[in-house]
Design a protein around this ligand. Structure first.
Ligand code: ABU
Length: 366
């Protein structure tokens, strides 16, 4: 019997991973969910369509290089099959001008033990993204008799799922922060919505970020779906664009997490870690003042690292402060150039999805 799928956290020894591809990627047209993520002074406002070919080629070169480095270290690497993303998405409930990409896989696929769940994502342009991963999931299903292949309830993404004109054009950064602090986000509670990258897995515990891409109903779904696990809602009031936990709160090994100093975990929510002797360390400052052009993410992709085991981590090669901090924290650091891939959906962690890590479901917070 071959066990193909197994992963309970982001730090046990990595043996099998999916690395995304940038082919045919588009900047999607604005829609109720995405317009909230694009800063009003961003050149991405109002533009959409296929991304420039040379940027796709550069991103693919770095993704291929990451895949090569992982393969050389004995990690099995699979790649998705991109669709022609420059096609509209039309359902009975909405129409939008194009899809986006199959980057990053971390948003689309969530591995919990021997199960991979296709997430209930809130962006209309990402409605069909899981199709790029279907050939792989089908292969795992054929190879591994214990693999559970699941899909969260498919959201309809009708107008009822969003607060329309929630942020008007003039909203200030301060107002965004007030909204984040009040846990007042663009999505409604009409249906279950989550991106897989909002879920941090630590064995028996799932820490799920409540933000622009994941709502309360999703937390409730996780609680009912996994009664054997503990689900914790977390939020980071310092983040004006709260999307995805993996540039905010990143575990490196059992007992150690780095936390974005601009987005500290509130005191009450830190207790579970501190009571169990986990160290929460402020992440190093990013080396860059700005993200690359046409990038949705913040400069904090500096901390979006890929942990290979409890002592080894891949960090973006130009992030000199983060490299140095990892070294001081006792990690063996592998620098890998990756900034050309950032605009396609994120950093080293974002651009991958776990298939197999050694280890089992441990209780780190008894
Ligand atoms: N996908 C992670 C993005 C997080 C950030 O922009 O900080």
């Amino acid at each position: 019997m071959t066990k193909i799928v197994n992963s309970w956290n982001d730090f046990d020894p990595l043996k099998h991973v999916i690395v995304g591809r940038a082919d045919h990627s588009c900047v999607p047209p604005e829609e109720p969910a995405t317009s909230e993520k694009v800063p009003i002074d961003s050149p991405m406002r109002g533009m959409w369509g296929p991304r420039p070919l040379e940027t796709v080629e550069k991103a693919n070169a770095q993704l291929d290089n990451l895949a090569r480095i992982l393969t050389e270290r004995g990690v099995r690497v699979d790649r998705p099959e991109p669709l022609q993303w420059n096609q509209p998405v039309i359902t009975p409930d909405f129409r939008t001008g194009s899809m986006m990409t199959c980057m990053p896989p971390r948003d689309t696929l969530l591995t919990i033990g021997n199960e991979i769940i296709e997430a209930a994502m809130s962006f209309r342009c990402r409605y069909w993204e899981y199709l790029a991963f279907r050939p792989l999931l089908s292969q795992y299903f054929n190879e591994d008799p214990e693999f559970l292949w699941s899909q969260a309830p498919r959201p309809r993404l009708s107008d009822k799922s969003y607060k329309h004109n929630y942020y008007d054009e003039k909203i200030s950064l301060e107002e965004r922060l007030v909204r984040t602090a009040n846990k007042d986000f663009v999505t409604t509670e009409e249906e279950i919505l989550f991106d897989a990258a909002d879920v941090m897995r630590l064995g028996k515990d799932l820490f799920i970020q409540h933000g622009l891409t994941t709502n309360r109903k999703a937390m409730e779904w996780f609680k009912r779906r996994y009664p054997e696990l503990r689900v914790h809602a977390v939020n980071f009031p310092g983040d004006p664009y709260p999307i995805h936990i993996d540039a905010t709160f990143v575990p490196l090994r059992p007992g150690l997490i780095i936390n974005n100093p601009h987005r500290p975990l509130p005191k009450a929510q830190r207790e579970i870690f501190e009571k169990n002797d986990w160290q929460i360390v402020e992440a190093a400052m990013p080396a860059h003042k700005e993200p690359p052009p046409l990038c949705y993410s913040s400069v904090w992709l500096s901390m979006n690292c890929l942990v290979l085991d409890h002592k080894t981590v891949i960090v973006e090669a130009s992030e000199v402060n983060q490299l140095e901090q990892m070294d001081k924290l006792g990690m063996n650091v592998i620098p890998v150039h990756f900034r050309d891939a950032y605009a396609f959906g994120g950093g080293l962690h974002c651009s991958t999805a776990d298939v197999y890590r050694e280890g089992s479901c441990l209780d780190y917070f008894p």
